[in-house]
Design a binder for this molecule. Sequence first.
Ligand code: AAT
Length: 283
Amino acid sequence: MNWYTEQWSEDCKFSISYDEHLHSEQSPFQKIDFYKGKEFGTFFTLDGLMMVNEKDQFIYHDMIVHPAFATNPNIKKVLIIGGGDGGTAREVLRYPTVEEVVMVEIDERVFRLCQEYLPVTAEGVEEDPRMSLKFEDGLAYVKEAADASFDLIIVDSTDPISVGEGLFTTAFYQECYRVLNTDGILINQHESPYFAEYADNMKKARHKLSTIFPIAEVYQYHMPTYPSGHWLFGFASKTKHPITNLDAQKWNAFGLKTKYYNTDLHLGAFALPSYVREALKIA
Ligand code: AAT
């Protein structure tokens, strides 16, 4: 039996058996591998870390997209940074109210390979007329973007190592603040509270965001294939609060069928365990 193994902490590893190593290459940015296994179907890794698999991708993509739309059901212009597998764009494009989606992915190879091996996330994304795809660094893109030009920015990024590092900086969050309109919402990949290295990244991200945005909340979801299974997204905004502004009625009126997200779970997701609140210095 072949095993894909990932180091979750110095003393803990996670393994998935696979039948086929479908593809392996070193792009100009990172090492990309695709595998096919039984438990999680096809999955891909970047620099030896799990990114997306067929089985649990619905959890990540539901949670990175729908809470923002349930807080502001009038989102029209969306900027996605990263997200090369297409799953985030796929969920955003389900909203008929969305007029324009710009997706800025640094590595075109991730997107092309997902079109070939992972149609569950990539299929149909490029063809949607509302979509504009750019293959460049997300930090460079926001620096050039006009003031108040987006209703929602979703940072669907790798961890803050190598190419993803710039997307966890104060300078980047400041640019996001400038590029968002008054009701604008920023959702970002916010790491995990459990293992020390990830928890450290989580604390830094929250600290930076809370010095820039008046509303800077964190919410959780359960991701079986990410280290410890307990992961977070950040929700930052100038005016929209994810609990007090939740418009469950309007969101449910969209009639979207979702496998993980619902508006009851929305409320629960922002209720953090005590040790996480303590680590994030949330009263
Ligand atoms: N949809 C969930 C998948 C990912 S992939 C994250 C993507 O971010 C990758 O395709 C990577 O190439 C892209 N990326 C990294 N840095 C940048 C950058 N500076 N600009 C634009 N795109 C970038 C997320 C998985 C999360 C894993 C958590 N452990």
